[in-house]
Design a protein around this ligand. Structure first.
Ligand SMILES: [Zn+2]
Ligand SMILES: [Zn+2]
Length: 237
């Protein structure tokens, strides 16, 4: 008997054709809650993992969504090799992220870290894993970095990427946020930079929204010697 992480109901983890074929119900969640999660799976934009539906299909080029085409135009060449997100950013995932990010719910962060670990071994095995850092004041306020929590059990923060104090991104409009990709708030610790030489890097964060944050970090990491930078997040909005 297990207790569901979301609704607290007890449930049996049944053996079913789904679990036999590795398409398991989400471990730790009852069937009812696990069915409410929208897993992004293997399909979607080849670059950012956005689902390609409706308008996006019409405008997509060679499997890359319109958002990514815009990034290419803006940056010349996209600094982000690929993004993989576990779930669509919908109501249940929002609730789950809030509970680990703001209340530090340890069971919830373990649930996410195990899910991310599976994807890491499958697609990003050779990468150096770097969590998106918080600014010093945000870290002091929250007491922990939620992105670093997601590495629990499968990677250790190499402590090479840091974030300066800046005004909060969500207070700015989309245009202004995107323009800030040229002025990243991140920097690398000089003593750790040698780790990046010809290294493929995997950034880990909770949510991919416009893709600005991971591209800002990717710009800094590539300027410091990284060969490629990809990202892995819990959710994709
Ligand atoms: Zn439940
Ligand atoms: Zn895309």
């Amino acid at each position: 008997m297990n207790l569901c992480l979301v609704c607290g109901e007890s449930f049996w983890q049944p053996y079913s054709w789904k679990s036999l074929f590795g398409l398991s119900e989400h471990k730790g969640l009852c069937l009812n809650c696990s069915e409410k999660l929208v897993r992004l799976g293997e399909r979607g934009c080849l670059r950012c993992h956005r689902s390609l539906e409706g308008d996006q299909v019409v405008r997509a080029r060679e499997g890359v969504c319109y958002d990514c085409i815009r990034w290419e135009k803006r940056l010349g060449e996209d600094v982000l090799k690929a993004n993989y997100s576990l779930f669509a950013y919908q109501s249940l995932v929002k609730e789950m992220i809030t509970s680990y990010k703001f209340s530090g719910d340890a069971k919830m962060s373990v649930f996410f870290s195990k899910e991310l670990e599976t994807v890491y071994h499958r697609w990003f095995d050779a990468c150096l894993v770097v969590p998106i850092p918080l600014s010093p004041s945000r870290l002091a306020e929250r007491g922990f970095n939620q992105a670093e929590l997601l590495l629990e059990g499968w990677a250790v923060d190499p402590k090479l990427l840091y974030r300066e104090e800046r005004e909060k991104q969500s207070k700015k409009g989309r245009k202004e946020r995107i323009s800030h990709v040229n002025h990243p708030p991140f920097y690398c610790a000089p003593a750790e930079i040698s780790q990046l030489t010809l290294q493929d890097v995997l950034l880990v964060d909770d949510i991919y929204t416009t893709g600005t944050t991971v591209r800002q970090a990717a710009t800094v990491l590539k300027n410091s010697g990284a060969r490629s930078v990809s990202s892995l997040t819990i959710a994709r909005s």
